[in-house]
Design a protein around this ligand. Structure first.
Ligand code: SAH
Length: 478
């Protein structure tokens, strides 16, 4: 497996100082699972490229091991020598350890300077989820190019492989780039070659220190990095100071039905707007409480996004039928990964369905549910399309209970990082005052034969109200 790093800022050969590897030399390093080599195919003042070539010894890997996992053939015939995986992370940690820690004795001034860097990885495991590659790297400021590789280029009819060729471009420090790769390559690979324990947790926190807490996928990253060991992942998140209140982020979202694959990406700055008040968790709890009270057994989450709420709803054994619908395929891919759909036991798997669809067109698949949820969704619809959504939901689908939440725009002045007059997310088409939301809710309820009540979510300000407002509609007896 190969990792190339290219710097194009003159003098580009500064890269040699940063990596502690002289551009004129080829160096070899011994690793517990093989060898690593560092060399520079190009080293001139305008462009300098360092290659880290890791040669995994597949026979050495299994020597002395039992046949416990996967059988003998699997031990010898696998992707470990080629795919960028946790082996590459370990190699980065050993071969580029000073650079990863941000040490550069000869030129300490270089460490914190962002450089125009390009990272190339010819084969990165990305099983059925190219969206995930983007979702992991884009929030860190990378321009991501992920090209799906064929299984065998001589036999196109065999289709795609589970690997992508990945090129990342960013203006970033070497230290940050290496720490991102160190953590995210095993996350993408999702198959660590060693036991995960407290040590790994410490590594995750150390290498994620400067960026993980504000990453929209931090929960997913922690879970995968720590091999789905929930207690470790929980500890990691708590120590990142987000605890259970995993809501440093407003979910990224689409611009509507016109461009389902082009999810507006959210910058870390936007992401932390709502962070200090644990709003996402409060919303989830408020919704769970309503569903509990009305004993909903079938629930459809409209505009389910990346599935944070679905993840919690699936744990409610009372809910025997759960559907998540969203217009964004990419959000649904992330939801499927978050929910681990492929690996759920059949009895759990059969309770949940993810559907791609729009909310402003009648859809029989969302009809016949006890409860429908639209959590932080209406503000993503054009005001002109809201009436269509009302009809689809309240006239056609007509669930027994509808829960709608939306930001309370009055509260926005409390967000220090949000410039005056700006909405909380670039894709919000509107944000309403409490009066506007109540007027809307009362009108809709009356028109369609529902009773409605309103509840604040999040810590309320005496004058401005709470950050999120919720309307709970209950269908009146005919
Ligand atoms: N309910 C989720 C996501 C909120 S973000 C949560 O609370 O975390 C809004 C979501 O609505 C996005 O995932 C976006 O893709 C989706 N969305 C926007 N317009 C839509 C439409 N017309 N039809 C279906 N989904 C839509």
């Amino acid at each position: 497996m190969l990792l190339t790093l290219t710097n194009t800022r003159t003098p580009a050969t500064d890269l040699g100082f940063l990596l502690h590897k002289h551009p004129d030399r080829v160096q070899k390093f011994s690793l517990s699972f093989g060898e690593a080599h560092v060399f520079y195919p190009e080293a001139n003042p305008d462009c300098c490229t360092a290659c880290l070539l890791v040669d995994v010894d597949p026979v050495g890997l299994v020597r002395g091991k039992s046949q416990a996992n996967g059988g003998l053939l699997d031990q010898y015939v696998n992707d470990r020598p080629y795919a960028a995986s946790s082996f590459l992370s370990v190699a980065i940690g050993e071969v580029y350890s000073s650079a990863l820690q941000g040490r550069c004795n000869h030129r300490p001034d270089l460490v914190d300077q962002p450089l125009p860097l390009q990272v190339q990885l010819p084969a990165v495991p990305a099983r059925g989820e190219t969206g995930l590659v983007h979702a992991l790297f884009e929030p860190l400021g990378y321009d991501v190019e992920a090209t799906r590789l064929p299984l065998d280029e001589r036999f196109p009819e065999w289709g795609d492989s589970p690997y992508v060729a990945l090129t990342l471009n960013a203006s970033a420090t070497i230290k940050d780039v290496l720490s991102h790769l160190y953590v995210l390559l095993p996350v993408l690979d999702n198959a660590k070659h060693y036991w995960v324990g407290q040590d790994e947790l410490e590594k995750l926190l150390r290498h994620g220190a400067s960026w993980l807490a504000t990453h929209p996928e931090k929960e997913f990253i922690a879970r995968r990095y720590l091999r789905h060991q929930r207690s470790l992942a929980r500890e990691a998140l708590e120590r990142l100071d987000v605890a259970e209140d995993d809501d440093a982020i407003e979910p990224a979202s689409d611009t509507g039905e016109t461009a389902p694959n082009d999810m507006a990406s959210i910058t870390p700055e936007e992401a932390v707007v709502e962070a200090p008040i644990s709003l996402n968790e409060s919303r989830i709890r408020a919704v769970l409480a309503v569903l509990d009270a009305v004993e909903a057994k079938s629930v459809v989450d409209l505009g389910c996004g990346e599935g944070k709420l679905l993840y919690r709803l699936l744990k409610e054994s009372r809910i025997s039928r759960l559907v998540g619908l969203d217009v964004s395929i990419r959000a649904l891919e992330i939801a499927a990964a978050r929910l681990n759909l492929d690996q759920l036991p059949p009895r759990v798997r059969e309770r949940i369905t993810l559907l791609q669809g729009g909310l402003t067109y009648r859809d029989a698949r969302i009809e016949d549910f006890d409860a429908a949820l639209a959590i932080e969704v209406i503000e993503h619809l054009d005001l002109g399309r809201l009436a269509a959504f009302e009809k689809v939901l309240f006239r056609c689908a007509r669930p027994r209970v509808v829960v709608v939440t939306t930001p309370n725009v009055e509260y926005n002045v409390r967000y220090e990082t949000l410039p005056a007059g700006r909405l909380r997310h670039t894709d919000h088409r509107f944000e309403w005052t409490r009066t506007e939301f109540r007027d809307w809710g009362r009108r809709v309820a009356e028109q369609h034969g529902y009773a409605v009540r309103f509840e604040p979510i999040g810590e309320a300000d005496p004058e401005l109200g709470a950050p999120t407002q919720m309307a709970v509609f209950e269908r009146e007896a005919a």
